[in-house]
Design a protein around this ligand. Sequence first.
Ligand code: SF4
Length: 289
Amino acid sequence: MRYEGTIYRPPGERHSYLLQATVGCSHNACTFCGMYKDKVFHVRPTADILEDIRMAKAYYGDLTRVFLCDGDAIGMPTEDLLRILRALYEAFPSLQKVGIYAGPCSTLRKTPEELRALRKAGLTRAYLGVETGSDTLLRQIGKGVDGAQMLRAGVMLREAGLDLWAMVLLGLAGSGAGLDHAGATTELINRMKPRHLSLLTLVLEPGTRLYADWREGRFVPCGPEEILEEVRYLVANLTVDPLHFTCDHASNYLPLKGTLSEERERFLAAIDAALEGKRKIRPEFSRRV
Ligand code: SF4
């Protein structure tokens, strides 16, 4: 239970024991992301990770959920990941779920056989930062893949049997371009078919390139109405079913959460009420990453 630097985990992993397998993000180049700017990516020595597992065993006794940090732990050599998974399941008899952040570039470097072996060894859920389905925007934000590659990464994870959780970033295209972003993203997600989708909203973070672009007038952020229009487009046009849909992160203006096919009409009514000023939205000052 030793950690290097600030640790991030998806909201869905709040009950998981966090095991740091890698430090930082192997990509670390997205223009909007400030999470791992203070870290140089490296894989922790397997012996240290195994020692952490022994420490967690001594402290907790047993565990049901584990999340492998940091930003792109799927980038570890597959053999090392398999060893860690074996050690986790040996140490914790009640373990049911092991999650991981899966960067698209690192995912594409694995073979389908490697991903299936990881699933078989007990890796259960992968979080994929899709951000957008737009090729132009993916290039602008420096994600390192185009839409077709992002789709392939998501499909590979899903077809390996992993519970795929995709994340999309509203407001990323800036003012005036939100509906292009929402349209391309809807199309990509409909083809990728994740089991879960989280919509987060852009918060400009000091130290990132996008923040500098904003300060120097090269990027104009969307206002709340434009963000709500993006959400509305996605809610109205996503066809994946069943889809566990969440838009209740601290960065979002309007909290929405549920199975999309069952809640679509309620979500649309809530968004329309917010657009008409009949329903309160989260004030700008309280939005955070
Ligand atoms: S891949 Fe994810 S963690 Fe890495 S820089 Fe991009 S957004 Fe940040």
